[in-house]
Design a protein around this ligand. Structure first.
Ligand code: 2IT
Length: 409
C-alpha cells in the first residue's frame, strides 16, 4: 500500500473530514510495514475496503423543548464494518458531533472491537444535540425523536448501540423504551442498560477499570505494580471516574485531574468514597467545572490549564476526548521525564504528538484502541447475557474483563 495515495483518494471522497482522515492515517502508518509483506492483502484491496464505511445513515431529529420551542438536530449512525459481527459502538450527544467525528470513531471502533476477541463489528452514531442544561423531560423527548429514526437500522443481530459522551444510563433508558414501543420487542438492542432490565452491573466503570488493568500489565514488565504509583489524568466522566476508583482500590493515587475549566492537584489522591461520590455529584450538577472539588477538599485548582507536563507523577492518562494532547503538550510531557503515557480516550493525541512521544526512548506509549477496549468488551458480555437471558454477577464480569485486558496487552 502507498499510504499517501490511499489518503489522497480518501480525502477526495470525504473532503475536509479532518478527524476521520487523521484516524485512518494513524492506523495506515502503523500497519504499513507488516501489511506490505503480504501481496495477497494488496491484491484483495483490503485496506481500500477497510477505510470506507459500509453504510452511513443520516436523519433529522426534530423535538420540542419545555417552552414549546421546536429544535432540529442531526442524527447519524455510521455502520463502519460488520465483517466479524453485528455493528457495535456508542452514541455521542455533543455539539461538536459531525460526520467526520462519527466516521473516525466508527473506524477506530472496528479495530477496538476486534481486539476484544468478541464477535462485534464497528459502528458509531450520535447527534449534535447538547444535553447540557436540558431537563429530564427534554432529554426524554430528544431520545424518543432520535429513536423514531434509528430503530430502523438497529437490532440484536444487526447493530447494537451503546453510550458515549453525553449518553449514559438515563439516555439509554429513554432510547430503549422508545425502541420497545416502536418494535414490540424486548431484546438486547442497546447496551449500557440499567441492571433491572438487562444491563451489565459493571458497565459504567468498565472502560476505566479496563484501562487500569491494562496499565497494570504494562507496569508488570518493569516489575512494578499499581500500588504506590501517582497518576495525572484528564476527564472525570464515566471513564475517568472508573480509573480513579480502580487506582484507589489498588493502592495508587490520581493526584492530578483536569476538566474543561482547569486542573485539580490533590496530593493525597482522589481516594475514598467521599471524594469519589463528590465527583459524581459535581458532574451531575455541572459537567463543565471541576473547581468545586478544590473548594470542597481544600486543594489547588489551576484555572484554564491542562496538567500535562507535571513532574511529580509516574503515569499520564488522557481520558477526556479527541486531540487533547497536541505537539506542544507532548513536548512538555516528554520533558517531564514521566515514563508511562497511557492513552484512554478515543484518539486523545494528535498524530504529530503521538509520533513524537513514540520516538522518546525513555517513554512507554500505550494505544487507546487497546487501552479502552474493556468498555466495549463488557458491552459484548452484556449482549451475551441478554441472548442467554441470564444475569452475571459483578465478579464474573470483572473476571472476564481482567482476562480480556491481559490478552489485549
Ligand atoms: O468508545 C467506545 O468504545 C464506546 N463508547 C463504547 C462502545 C460500546 O458499544 O460499549
Amino acid at each position: 500500500m502507498e499510504v499517501q495515495k490511499i489518503m489522497q483518494d480518501l480525502e477526495r471522497k470525504h473532503p475536509g473530514e479532518s478527524e476521520f482522515l487523521q484516524a485512518v492515517s494513524e492506523v495506515l502508518e502503523s500497519i504499513k510495514d507488516v501489511y506490505n509483506q503480504h501481496p495477497e492483502f494488496e491484491k484483495a484491496k483490503i485496506v481500500e475496503r477497510i477505510v470506507e464505511p459500509e453504510r452511513v445513515h443520516m436523519f433529522r431529529v426534530p423535538w420540542v423543548d419545555d417552552n414549546g420551542e421546536v429544535h432540529v438536530n442531526i442524527g447519524s449512525r455510521v455502520q463502519f464494518n460488520g465483517a466479524i459481527g453485528p455493528y457495535k459502538g456508542g452514541l455521542r450527544f455533543h455539539p461538536s458531533v459531525n460526520l467526520s467525528i462519527m466516521k473516525f470513531l466508527g473506524f477506530e471502533q472496528t479495530f477496538k472491537n476486534a481486539l476484544t476477541t468478541l464477535p462485534m463489528g464497528g459502528a458509531k452514531g450520535g447527534s449534535d444535540f447538547s444535553p447540557r442544561g436540558r431537563s429530564d423531560a427534554e432529554i426524554m423527548r430528544f431520545c424518543q425523536a432520535f429513536m423514531d429514526e434509528l430503530y430502523r437500522y438497529i437490532g440484536p443481530d444487526e447493530d447494537v448501540p451503546a453510550g458515549d459522551i453525553g449518553v449514559g444510563g438515563r439516555e439509554i433508558g429513554y432510547l430503549f423504551g422508545q425502541y420497545k414501543k416502536l418494535t414490540h420487542r424486548y431484546e438486547g438492542v442497546l447496551t449500557g442498560k440499567g441492571i433491572e432490565w438487562g444491563g451489565s452491573i459493571l458497565r459504567p466503570e468498565a472502560t476505566g477499570f479496563g484501562a487500569v488493568y491494562y496499565l497494570r500489565e504494562v507496569l508488570k514488565h518493569d516489575g512494578k505494580e499499581v500500588k504506590g504509583i501517582r497518576v495525572a489524568m484528564s476527564g472525570y466522566g464515566n471513564v475517568g471516574w472508573g480509573i480513579m476508583k480502580k487506582i484507589d482500590e489498588l493502592g495508587g493515587k490520581v493526584t492530578y485531574f483536569a476538566g474543561p475549566d482547569g486542573y485539580i492537584h490533590d496530593p493525597d489522591g482522589v481516594c475514598g468514597e467521599e471524594k469519589l461520590n463528590f465527583i459524581l455529584e459535581m458532574r451531575a450538577k455541572d459537567p463543565m467545572h471541576c473547581k468545586p472539588y478544590a473548594d470542597k477538599f481544600g486543594v489547588d485548582f489551576v484555572e484554564g490549564q491542562k496538567c500535562w507536563g507535571v513532574k511529580d507523577v509516574d503515569v499520564y492518562m488522557p481520558a477526556a476526548t479527541q486531540n487533547d494532547v497536541n505537539l506542544e503538550w507532548a513536548k512538555k510531557i516528554a520533558e517531564s521525564g514521566v515514563k508511562y503515557y497511557i492513552e484512554v480516550a478515543n484518539m486523545p493525541t494528535t498524530n504529530d504528538a503521538l509520533n513524537f512521544l513514540r520516538e522518546q526512548k525513555h517513554m512507554i506509549v500505550a494505544p487507546s484502541k487497546a487501552v479502552n477496549a474493556g468498555g466495549v468488551g463488557v458491552s459484548g458480555l452484556e449482549m451475551a447475557q441478554n441472548s442467554e437471558r441470564l444475569v452475571w454477577t459483578a465478579e464474573e464480569v470483572d473476571h472476564q474483563l481482567h482476562k480480556m485486558m491481559e490478552n489485549i496487552h
